[in-house]
Design a protein around this ligand. Structure first.
Ligand SMILES: C[S@@+](CC[C@H](N)C(=O)[O-])C[C@H]1O[C@@H](n2cnc3c(N)ncnc32)[C@H](O)[C@@H]1O
Length: 301
């Protein structure tokens, strides 16, 4: 007998009872943080703030919210991430739109943003230039520009959907006048030099992609995941370009996958750069590495 994964809600069901049933359904579908996801979907379906939920868990859900929640429940049970169902993702201090066929930005990437901001902390009011290679939703560039009021930036992505998503997020945040978005292969079409070059390139080993959670394999585009046979192909390619992209006191930053920092640092050094620092994410994993031109001692962590 197959398990019933549908989620019909009785109009007289309370918010708390609906949450319990939805959490059980999601858990049965293999969702990791089933209760947290159920609550996020319930709050969104009913248009509730967290406080309203806490104060009135025994209020009736109501028919409209129940119908909306049933739709969300079916999608989450089929392993679509909450951020894609709600088309929103909190990143850094921003609310970003999440678009189909574009990588859903991850909290780990905030480590790269934090490191870039730390390295430019005493230059926050200067007209710094940022280059974001593989911009996806535009998460990194949007966060950097939002924190650096006089800065400007260029975003590059090979995916048309990603370029559209970057433009849309820049516009929604009022940052579009300080940024250009180019569709192309890494820095192929870039001729200038930048204060900060950032990249979170695809870094999953090709053979590992099929083993990732359905939330990733079914919803994040392969172009955003596939790092070639050893996961490092994009770093190799981008690292050789960095010396011509950096100003004399410029800095380049990469996000890294688990266990990749050593090899990525070696690529950066082979390209003639010096490692300026490594940053750990909240889980304690080495997640981002920064490199500078030799002698650019001002760039330190
Ligand atoms: C891991 S995603 C990162 C997206 C975004 N920067 C973020 O951190 O959320 C990598 C991005 O690189 C883009 N990409 C892959 N190969 C590329 C290439 N050869 N040239 C430019 N962009 C590429 C993908 O389309 C994808 O948007």
């Amino acid at each position: 007998m197959t398990e019933d994964r549908t989620f019909a809600i009785a109009p007289n069901e309370t918010r708390a009872a609906a949450l319990d049933r939805l959490a059980a359904l999601l858990e049965g579908s293999g969702v990791d943080e089933a209760r947290a996801d159920a609550r996020a979907l319930l709050l969104a379906a009913a248009g509730l703030t967290h406080a309203q939920w806490v104060l009135e868990p025994s209020a009736l859900l109501g028919q409209e919210a129940a119908a909306r929640l049933a739709g969300y429940a079916a999608r989450r049970a089929a392993r679509e991430p909450v951020s894609r169902i709600l088309a929103k993702r909190g990143f850094w201090t921003l609310d970003l739109d999440v678009a189909p066929n574009v990588l859903d930005p991850r909290a780990d990437t905030e480590t790269l943003v934090a490191l870039a901001l730390r390295l430019t902390a005493n230059r926050r009011d200067e007209p710094l230039s940022f280059l974001d290679l593989g911009s996806g939703s535009g998460a990194i560039l949007c966060a950097l520009l939002a924190e650096s009021p006089a800065a400007w930036g260029v975003a590059v992505d090979l995916s048309a959907a990603a370029c559209d998503a970057t433009r849309a997020n820049l516009a929604a945040l009022g940052l579009e006048s300080r940024a250009s978005v180019l569709r192309g292969r890494w820095a192929e079409a870039i001729s200038g030099r930048f204060d900060v070059v950032v990249s979170n390139p695809p870094y999953v080993k090709r053979a590992d992609i099929a083993t990732l959670a359905p939330e990733v394999t079914l919803h994040d585009p392969a172009l955003a995941l596939d790092g070639g046979a050893d996961g490092l192909a994009c770093y190799r390619e981008i690292a050789t370009e960095l010396p011509r992209l950096l100003k004399g006191d410029g800095v380049a930053l990469f996000e890294a996958g688990a266990g990749q920092i050593g090899e990525i640092s070696a690529f950066l050094e082979m390209a003639g750069l010096e490692i300026a620092g490594v940053e750990r994410d909240l889980g304690g994993h080495e997640r981002a590495v920064a490199a500078r031109a030799p002698g650019a001692e001002s760039v330190t962590i």
